[in-house]
Design a protein around this ligand. Structure first.
Ligand code: IVH
Length: 711
């Protein structure tokens, strides 16, 4: 909404689809009276809505009051009341947090562990941009805390959220308000909409003090400052958050109506003016030597910093270059995290267990005598596979060195042989599945031994179900790992289809949720009740429409992760098309996709060759509607829906940038020329692909012609 000048307010006249309003001067005294009236009115409405279930205002009326409050507060920031509606998120949440959809996803960062990899990253950036010479990088300590986003409208803090799954976070507005370092309002040159993002953390001193206090009171002890920060921020009662001393650093932005800074360094200057804490160690580096020096220096002072850091983040400083570089599926191309070397500790192996995954892979896991590694209590470590155990000669009872690198599952670095107890037998890897007893076989050239139990192996079935409901797949709230295990073991959910018939089976009646006696009656289970059962059914119903990419990922086809599922969706558009082509074993179509190789294509086609998979999917589709792939594609773009192949060297940009550009305009990028290719873009020294294009009569474009299409 546009505000035409300060000291003006909106009466709600529509003009060209936008509220631009009559501008009426209002005195400070009038504003004060009105703000008080709104605060009282909205508090009353909140009680009626949240506590008495008897709303007397329509949503539109409520929003109008809210909006009016924002406008008045923007014009008279010093009149913002203690009890202002903009300081509250409705009433205290009854169960769980509200959800906040991130307009711009909150991404994570790719990571590297050595300066050589950083050099590769920098070289990759230059190649992508087709630039020689040094590029400036902003180097920042990577804070080990919890990322947050804080939304400001007309300078007033209105909404705060966690990262959540990157697309949807938890509404923690009330909790963030209790952190003194977060400005409640910002003044000066501020975009109308501004999302400031950063990290909430607990200082080492506050962490120790909290644990000491908790210990004395017999309360929960936190394993590390990060956990303590998370446990304090994600509190349903913001008063608890308030008691904990949380701090924050701001370091990036989300949605912004008018981004007037042109570099990361410039943004930090604005953050400081607006009153956000920024890390005093952030430094602009001009060369790889600078970067290396920064990293080494930070590692030196790491222990003396008052908060935990786990590495360094390097960001391309220039925002125009950032935009050109863009994003991969979950990470930006313009930033990377350089992790500090892993931290190690010595402990003993109490047991070695063999777990069975959803594809039947047998993975050995070591149960350890719990040990503190760099502030984290570690009690398990992965042993990868049987060769790894043999190679390192790891045995139950051994003293081992374990290490933890960032969030990675701890690993066993090696055995301290001198400490091995006498008569300690070698570990024998099972040749049968520990869960179902079927033979476990190892294919030639494979490091992994797999259970051959297939559909009859309960462990595989449970893992497949867990995958099906996981975050990047159906993401069904209320169906966590524990519940899946219990429901599977009790025969309540044996396969994905059972999830969608749960409601009907609960009551024994098609249209009822609950019944007197003949259904599953989940509401009668310990720890459940009508409310949680209703919530679960609602969560399931919500997922009866599923985007194609998620649906494909949920099927758990070997090697098909989220990125591949997306590529498939983008190229096949509809489920019908994809499944028909796969049942016809059209590997060609898969191989034509840049990013899908022969082994992956084989796994996909094999999946569709199994009758039981087709049967399950057929049943599933009675309950689930799969949405066609629809990206925010610029349909007016001449590249929308076209298949493009690049060949030869492009001079104005790297191949990767050209590819990313084409994808963002709705094109599909293929690796080889076929009759389905629409355009072949010819760089310098184009070879056999140019010839193939000529043979097949496919349109070719010079680099200039391609650039013109991009305009
Ligand atoms: S920038 C698109 N800068 O690291 C880039 N992240 O794995 C967004 N983090 O979720 C992140 N310190 O929680 C950035 N100086 C820093 C950071 C930082 C800590 C965390 C953040 C993010 C995660 C990425």
């Amino acid at each position: 909404m546009e505000i035409c000048c300060e000291m003006s307010y909106i009466l709600g006249n529509y003009c060209g689809g936008k509220v631009v309003a009559n501008i009426i001067d209002i005195t400070e005294e009038q504003a004060k009276i009105e703000l008080e009236k709104i605060a009282k009115e909205m508090a009353k409405a909140d009680i009626a809505y949240y506590q008495n279930d008897e709303p007397y205002l329509t949503d539109a009326q409520y929003d109008e009051l809210k909006q009016r409050n924002i406008e008045l507060e923007a014009a008279f920031p010093h009149l913002v009341r203690e009890d202002s509606p903009s300081r509250k998120v409705g009433a205290p949440l009854q169960s769980g947090f509200g959800k906040v959809k991130h307009v711009f996803p909150m991404l994570s960062l790719g990571d590297v562990f050595s300066i050589e990899e950083v050099e590769d990253f920098v070289a990759g950036v230059k190649r992508f941009l087709s630039m020689d010479g040094d590029i400036d990088f902003m180097c920042e300590p990577k804070i080990d805390g919890l990322s947050f986003t804080a939304r400001y409208e007309n300078g007033i803090f209105v909404k705060g959220a966690t990262r959540g799954d990157g697309s949807v976070g938890e509404d923690i507005t009330a909790n963030l308000r209790t952190i003194k370092q977060l400005p409640q309002k910002i003044e000066g040159d501020v975009p109308e909409v501004l999302e400031v993002r950063g990290e909430v953390y607990m200082s080492k001193a506050d962490f120790f003090a909290l644990n000491q206090k908790n210990e004395a009171e017999g309360k929960k002890i936190f394993a590390n400052p990060r956990n303590a920060a998370a446990g304090s921020l994600r509190q349903l009662d913001p008063n608890v958050t308030k008691e904990r001393n949380l701090s924050l650093f701001a370091y990036t932005w989300g949605e912004v109506s008018n981004r007037f800074w042109n570099s990361q360094a410039d943004f930090f200057e604005h953050l400081k003016i607006w009153g956000f804490p920024t890390n005093p160690n952030n430094k602009l580096c001009h060369s790889i030597q600078d970067i290396e020096e920064f990293f080494n220096n930070l590692m030196q002072i790491r222990a003396s910093l008052p908060y935990d850091i786990d590495g360094v983040v390097y960001k391309v400083n220039d925002t125009v270059l950032q935009e050109r570089l863009g994003f991969l599926t979950r990470t930006p191309r313009w930033a990377i995290e350089h992790k500090f070397p892993a931290e190690q500790a010595i402990t003993t192996i109490n047991n070695i267990r063999v777990q069975v995954g959803r594809t039947g892979a047998l993975t050995p896991v070591a149960d350890l005598e719990p040990v503190n590694v760099g502030g984290v209590l570690v009690s398990h470590a992965t042993l990868h596979n049987e060769d790894e155990i043999k190679r390192k000669d790891i045995r139950i009872g051994d003293s081992v060195i374990i290490q933890r690198a960032g969030d990675v599952i701890p690993q066993v670095v090696g055995v301290i042989k001198e400490k091995r107890p006498e008569n300690c037998p070698e570990f024998v890897f099972p040749s049968v599945c520990p869960e179902c007893g079927a033979h476990a076989v190892r294919e030639e050239d494979e490091a992994v031994r797999r259970c051959t139990g297939g559909l009859t192996c309960p462990a595989q079935a449970i893992e497949r179900l867990k995958h099906f409901v996981s975050r990047d797949a159906f993401d069904i709230e209320g169906l966590g790992s524990k519940i899946i295990e219990t429901f599977y073991n009790e025969g309540i959910i044996k396969n994905p289809v059972d999830i969608f018939t749960l409601q009907e089976r609960n009551s024994g009646e098609e249209d009822d949720l609950f019944s007197q006696g003949n259904g599953l009656q989940l509401e009668k289970r310990e720890g459940w009740g009508r409310k949680s059962v209703e919530n679960l059914f609602a969560a399931i119903r919500q997922k009866q429409t599923m985007p194609l990419a998620r649906f494909i990922y949920a099927l758990g086809i070997r090697q098909v992760g989220t990125a591949t599922a997306r590529l498939i969706a983008q190229n096949f558009i509809s489920w019908k098309n994809f499944s028909e082509e796969m049942q016809n074993k059209n590997t060609e179509k898969l191989l034509a996709i840049d990013g899908i190789g022969a082994s992956m294509a084989q796994d996909i086609v094999e999946f569709f060759d199994e009758q039981h998979n087709l049967k399950t999917i057929g049943d599933l589709l009675k309950y689930v509607t799969v949405e066609d792939f629809a990206e925010v594609i610029n349909y007016s773009s001449p590249l929308a829906g076209k298949t493009v192949v690049f060949t030869g060297t492009l001079t104005s940009m790297g191949r990767a940038e050209a590819k990313a550009k084409a994808l963002s305009l709705g094109a599909k990028v293929a690796g080889s020329v076929s009759k389905n290719t629409d355009y072949v873009v010819l760089g310098a020294d184009a070879g056999s692909k140019a010839q193939k294009a000529a043979e097949l009569n496919v349109t070719t474009l010079s680099e200039e012609e391609f650039l013109r299409l991009l305009q």
